[in-house]
Design a protein. Structure first.
Length: 451
């Protein structure tokens, strides 16, 4: 069965190839034969007919003869569910090729409305054929459909959503899809900047779902997801009411954002949740909605975010140890231990930022300061410093004799106006130093030339 469709293509083209070769008059020469979308559709119909649809090929030949491309494609789509299914006797290669032929045939239709409708229908057929235990092959078919349509088109957007939503549900393919998408999210979102705000939010959420569903062992997935969820919440700024997405969806986004931030120990900075006020707006909307369960999750997400932004280890520890909040933590999908670990790492970042701003400290943080800020015994300070260094939250040297940490670099918990001013001052100093060096070199070269 492997490559059966390819054999059918060769068989269908043999008479034309022989005629062209005869006209050329040379044996063994390469013959180029033009192949139309109708030819490929008929080859697909023939292959599908061998799987039990005897009347299909005859019907498709009639439609191709009367130049009814849309009806031909519809006929094939109607019969393709069984052909594309995992239970089909067709090879994986033939099934994938069949989906590709259909997608490209749809993309060639003159009517945009028909392209959009049939593209959506193709995606539904592929997903339906995947069955209860989908494999990466079905995801590959959807990706073939996505690539068949021109950028920014409605059909391509619909196929993309199908790829993302289906991909997030495919255990065997989700990690692979996340790997392919990693670093590409910004470009994908930018392609659809002309869509409505609601359509862009749908895309952001679908993209984030892939990274959320992928292996949580990959810290990069948490970062990608948090960026997309942040953009989702930022897009609500200025929007009237809850929008068609609804309060429940917005609370779900807030829940996932806080979960990703806590679950990714090295995920900093936290500028957005500190300055935008969007989590407060989501919590207010949930409270006004009157759903106690949704409101509790929104309130919990907001509280956790505040503790992180304020580097308040004691408040975080007290909140997570309160039995009344156990259900909220479970709903968000995090543990009390991970929350406390995260806020302690944030506190270390904050101590590093303070030391770098304080010229008198000269980048030095004492173990006593760290123990106090992290609310840990002095014996555990170096354990936490090693963890923070490993996660690149800070870089520096531990001085056991003087019980201090000499900071070399730190990741800022927040990067606001003060941090930009500090960076500007450092750049100005560097520019002046370089200018002074250049002046001295120029002076020395001038003196040497005069001698």
């Amino acid at each position: 069965g492997e490559g059966r469709m390819v054999a059918d293509v060769v068989s269908a083209l043999a008479p034309q190839a022989q005629a062209n070769a005869g006209a050329d008059g040379r044996k063994g020469s390469t013959v180029v034969v033009e192949l139309s979308d109708e030819d490929l559709c008929l080859v697909l119909a023939r292959t599908m007919a061998k799987e039990g649809g005897g009347a299909l090929e005859k019907k498709c030949i009639e439609l191709a003869g009367t130049d009814k491309a849309e009806e031909l494609i519809n006929e094939l789509l109607g019969a393709s569910a069984a052909f594309l299914a995992q239970s089909s006797s067709a090879s994986d290669k033939d099934r994938e090729s069949g989906a590709c032929i259909l997608a490209h045939a749809i993309a060639k239709l003159a009517s945009e409305d028909k392209r959009n409708a049939l593209a959506d229908k193709l995606c539904k057929v592929i997903i339906e054929a995947a069955g209860p235990q989908p494999t990466f092959l079905s995801l590959s078919m959807l990706m073939q459909a996505y690539n068949a349509f021109r950028p920014r088109s409605v059909a391509r957007y619909a196929c993309l959503l199908s790829v993302l939503r289906f991909g997030a549900s495919v255990v065997t393919g989700c990690d692979q899809l996340a790997h392919v998408l990693r670093g590409q999210s910004e470009a994908i979102v930018a392609e659809y900047e002309d869509r409505t705000p609601e359509e862009r939010r749908i895309l952001l959420l679908a993209l984030a779902s892939v990274f959320s569903a992928a292996s949580r062992a990959q810290a990069a997935n948490g970062r990608e997801s948090s960026v997309l969820l942040t953009q989702y919440l930022a897009s609500l700024d200025g929007a009237k009411g809850a929008g068609s997405s609804g309060v429940a969806e917005q609370v779900e986004v807030a829940r996932r954002l806080v979960r990703d931030i806590v679950a990714s120990p090295d995920l900093l900075p936290l500028d957005f949740i500190a300055t935008s006020g969007m989590l407060e707006k989501v919590e207010e909307g949930a409270r006004q909605k009157g759903d106690k369960s949704v409101s509790a999750v929104a309130k919990g997400a907001l509280s956790l975010a505040r503790f992180l932004v304020e580097s308040d280890v004691r408040a975080m520890a007290a909140w997570v140890s309160d039995s009344k909040n156990a259900a909220v933590l479970a709903e968000i999908g995090i543990t009390g231990e991970s929350c406390v670990e995260k806020v302690r790492l944030v506190a270390i970042a904050e101590l590093g930022a303070q030391a770098s701003r304080n010229s008198a400290a000269r980048g030095e943080v004492t173990y006593a300061q760290i123990a106090e800020s992290l609310d840990v015994p002095a014996a555990e300070v170096e354990v936490w410093l090693i963890k923070a260094i490993g996660l690149k939250v800070v870089e520096g040297r531990m001085d056991q004799v003087n019980q201090s940490f000499q900071l070399q670099r730190c990741t800022h918990k927040l990067f606001g106006n003060d941090e930009w001013s500090q960076l500007n001052a450092k750049c100005t100093d560097l520019e002046q130093s370089m200018s002074s060096i250049c002046d001295k070199l120029e002076s020395n070269f001038g003196s040497a030339a005069r001698r």
